[in-house]
Structures are given as structure tokens and as C-alpha cells.
Design a protein around this ligand. Structure first.
Ligand code: ADP
Ligand code: ASP
Ligand code: MG
Length: 453
């Protein structure tokens, strides 16, 4: 389909009947929006993750299932044929109950993924019914037919070439027919044996971008609860301002360093095929939003500040490091073995400091296994620190301009900075601070770097 727009709606955008109606209005206002990707209704994924933890007794289990049912009932009660919809939701929740019981016996990431996928399965079913009731032709498409991933449950990697081939076979013919709005699920996929997988928390943005790529979309629209990308999280810093235009690079840096508005991988497929990404509010579409494009007219030295919580700092030291070669390779090969992605790195004569983010798995469990520390301790001293947050200043030409570090650090000279990374990219300067001071640090930086006229 030519000029296809993909519209992705996050959890708050599909939280209830009114919110889903706003989505329908947004979609039907643009004749090019033919593919709709939805998250689970707000709060549902967290409830399902709790069920999948295996830690609930039967009373807690039934209470959670009742809460999940109530969220969906409040929506289908507004529709004709509510008995039919109740039966569909109850059938999904029957599977959820069985999986939750299984999880109490043996919790696995595969069971977690199957269980939590029901959030998106239920929301996509209900919003399709709303489209139909409003007189639009709509089809609910199971994204697992096309969203092929590896089997790394909880944080699966999409297999882009297979997704392209499957999309051509199963999804493009539906879109090319042009007469139906296709509604599908974000966040979930399937591996080659048909087992359900998930792309990690917040992964629906990534799903939309992957589908944008495989469907050769003209635009990808991420509809959320704020009218665009701001200079920092407006919930943390009330003076944050919306940004009209961002480059892919700037937006990717912001997402990587904690701007939750976009899942960190979202820009990867968009960059591969140069598709512009729009971010706006489904509740207030008239307020406009942010366009993320390959280039922008204006490239300020300071564009935004971001915060990523729950960072783990690991300091590895060994006298064997002095003048030795291969020590870093040895350390990184151990992290690679455990599929852990290292974020920041800083080295001194006898030590290496690195940071890890352990919290993006769907299960919500830490992805840092104890075995990693055992293995590291075999050849160096290991010190682990928690309770840290990563603050990032995102901008342009930062490592090539004078006064950057002075402007940044003079704003926060009352705070202890635990580690700094600067110079690898000209687009960011980031550092670790204590979690208890992080929001204050963010506010000070925002005030000094982004509020001046
Ligand atoms: P959705 O459910 O639609 O995916 P998210 O909660 O994942 O929405 O992301 C939207 C939230 O991201 C906003 O409510 C806001 O608190 C947060 N956020 C963090 N950084 C930024 C930023 N720079 N600009 C706008 N919102 C941000
Ligand atoms: N529902 C999933 C989550 O809450 C995916 C998403 O909303 O993007 O993480
Ligand atoms: Mg999100």
C-alpha cells in the first residue's frame, strides 16, 4: 500500500473505552493509517507479570485475574454483544489461569511470555470490535504470524529478513486490499517453533517500527500520553518543553539513556529504511508532536537530558592488568557469554568500571546471573554497587565544542559524580549519580542547559 502510516498506541492510549475511542478518531482521521499496533491496556502487563512470577497463591491469583477481567469488562460493557466479548475475554483468561498455575510449579521465561502476551491479545481484540461498532471495517491480525524472533524469551531478537518474508506472505495482501483497518499486537512475537516470545518491556514501539520496515510504510506514528518528545521527562521536570524536530541520532541517544517515550530499539528499523517517526498524544492530537527524521535544520549543542534508573556498577580490578593485553577482551567475553550488554565503560591502570542495566526483561527479574560474578571472581577482584542512576546530556558536536563539560558540571557541582563517559559519541555526555539525587541533578541540568533563552 502506498503512503502507509502505522499507528502505535501505548497502554494509556488504550486504557479504557474513552481512550480507545480517541484512538479510533486518530486512525480514521488519516486515510493512510491502515495498520494499528496496540499495547496492553494500562496496568495489565504488570498484573500479568505478577501472575507469571509464580509467587501468587490461589487467592492472590484469582484476585489478579478479577482485576484484569474488570479492566476489559469496563470496555466491552460499552459495546453491543457484550456477552460474546465476555466469553472471548474469559477464554483468554482461562489460558492465563492455567499458565499462572504452571508458573507456581516451574517459572520459566517461556511461560512468562505466553502468559503476558494475553494483555496485547485482549486489547487488540477489543479495539477491533470498537472500530467495527463504529462502522469501520477492521480485522484483528495475530502478529505472531509475521513477527518472527529468536527464542530468547523475555527479550527476544527479531529476525528481520524472516519478518519481511512473512509480512509479504500474510500481512501485505491484507493491507493491499485497502478496504480494512488491520489491528495487531505490539510487544509479542513467535520463534521458529511457534512459541510466543516478547521483545522486552515497552517493546510495542519497536514492534511498530519493525512492521513499518517490513510493510514499507511511509510514516510510523507513536501515539502516547504526551504531545511529543520533550527536553526531558515532563513528569520529572515540569519545565520540560516539547521538541518539534529531532534527528534519529538524537532520539536514539535519548531513548537509550532512559527517555521512556521510545523503546531504545525503535529507531533502528526506521534508520535502516529512512522512515520518519512521529510522536504525539492520542488524547490531544491537535497539540501536534515531534517528528524524528534523518536530519534537522537546527542542531543545538544541548538538546535534552535523560535519566535511567536502577543501574548496576561493576568495578573489576586486578594487578595483572598493568601493561597487560587481552584483559578487556577476557572480561567482555564473559559478559557476552551471559548475553549481557555493557553500557558505560571506564578504565584505569588496574581496574575497569562498567555499568549494566538489568531491568528490561519482560519477567522483571534481574538479568544479571550470579554465575557471572563467580566467573569474574576467578581472575579479578569484583565490586558491585547498586542504587545508582544514569544521567545523560544529549546534543550535537559535544566532544568538539569548548565549554561543554564546564557548563554541564558547573550546574551540578554540589553532587558526587560516580563515573563519567564522554567522547565516544559527539552526541552525549553521561554520568552516574546516587539514585536519591538523580531527579534533582536532572532538574538542575535542565534549568542550566535547556531553559535559558
Ligand atoms: P506508552 O504506554 O504510550 O508506550 P510510555 O509510558 O512508555 O507510554 O512513555 C510515555 C512516557 O514517557 C511519558 O508519559 C513520560 O513520562 C515519559 N518520558 C520520559 N522521557 C520523556 C521525554 N523526553 N519526553 C516525553 N516523555 C518522556
Ligand atoms: N505492554 C508491554 C509493556 O507494558 C509493551 C508495551 O506497552 O510497549 O511493557
Ligand atoms: Mg512505552
Amino acid at each position: 500500500m502506498q503512503n502507509l502510516d502505522i499507528a502505535k498506541f501505548g497502554g494509556t492510549s488504550v486504557a479504557d473505552y474513552q481512550a480507545m475511542n480517541n484512538c479510533v478518531q486518530v486512525v480514521t482521521a488519516n486515510p493512510n493509517t491502515k495498520l494499528v499496533v496496540v499495547s496492553a491496556c494500562a496496568g495489565v502487563t504488570n498484573l500479568l507479570v505478577e501472575l507469571a512470577s509464580g509467587a501468587c497463591d490461589s487467592k492472590q491469583r484469582e484476585e489478579i485475574i478479577a482485576k484484569v477481567f474488570a479492566i476489559h469488562k469496563a470496555i466491552f460493557d460499552q459495546l453491543d454483544d457484550s456477552d460474546k466479548h465476555a466469553a472471548v475475554i474469559n477464554e483468554y483468561l482461562g489460558v492465563v489461569r492455567d499458565l499462572a498455575v504452571q508458573a507456581t510449579m516451574t517459572r520459566t521465561d517461556a511461560i512468562t511470555d505466553r502468559l503476558v502476551s494475553h494483555g496485547e491479545l485482549m486489547s487488540s481484540y477489543l479495539i477491533t470490535e470498537i472500530f467495527k461498532q463504529k462502522g469501520f471495517k477492521a480485522t484483528c491480525f495475530d502478529v505472531r504470524q509475521v513477527m518472527r524472533t529468536d527464542s530468547n524469551y523475555g527479550q527476544a531478537l527479531p529476525l528481520v529478513e524472516v519478518i519481511a518474508a512473512l509480512t509479504k506472505q500474510h500481512l501485505l495482501p491484507l493491507l493491499d486490499s485497502g478496504d480494512t483497518i488491520v489491528v495487531t499486537q505490539g510487544f509479542i512475537g513467535a520463534d521458529s517453533s511457534g512459541q510466543t516470545t516478547t521483545l522486552g518491556r515497552g517493546g510495542s514501539d519497536y514492534s511498530a517500527a519493525l512492521l513499518g520496515e517490513s510493510c514499507h510504510a511511509k510514516t510510523i506514528s507513536i501515539w502516547t500520553d504526551v504531545p511529543g518528545v520533550y527536553t526531558t521527562d515532563p513528569r520529572l521536570v515540569p519545565n520540560a518543553k516539547p521538541i518539534a524536530e529531532l534527528t534519529y541520532l538524537e532520539a536514539a541517544e535519548m531513548a537509550t539513556f532512559g527517555a521512556k517515550i521510545l523503546h531504545p530499539s525503535t529507531l533502528v528499523p526506521a534508520v535502516r529504511c529512512g522512515i520518519p517517526v512521529f510522536v504525539g498524544s492520542s488524547k490531544e492530537p491537535e497539540k501536534g508532536g515531534t517528528w524524528v527524521r534523518p536530519t534537522t535544520d537546527y542542531a543545538p549543542p544541548f538538546r535534552a537530558v535523560a535519566l535511567r534508573k536502577n543501574q548496576t556498577l561493576i568495578v573489576l580490578s586486578s594487578p595483572k592488568m598493568v601493561g597487560a593485553s587481552g584483559f578487556l577482551a577476557q572480561v567482555f567475553s564473559i559478559f557476552a557469554k551471559y548475553h549481557l550488554s555493557v553500557d558505560l565503560v571506564s578504565t584505569s591502570e588496574v581496574s575497569i568500571a562498567i555499568t549494566l542495566d538489568a531491568g528490561t526483561q519482560t519477567s522483571g527479574l534481574s538479568s544479571i546471573p550470579e554465575a557471572l560474578f563467580h566467573e569474574l571472581r576467578e581472575f579479578c577482584h569484583v565490586k558491585v554497587e547498586h542504587g545508582l542512576s544514569l544521567v545523560a546530556v544529549v546534543g550535537n558536536n559535544m566532544a568538539r565544542s569548548a565549554h561543554i563539560t564546564d557548563e554541564v558540571f558547573s550546574a551540578i557541582d554540589e553532587y558526587a559524580v560516580r563515573m563519567i563517559c564522554y567522547g565516544a559519541s559527539s552526541h552525549n555526555l553521561c554520568f552516574l549519580v546516587g539514585a536519591d539525587e538523580a531527579v534533582e541533578v536532572l532538574g538542575r541540568l535542565h534549568h542550566k542547559l535547556l531553559e535559558k533563552e
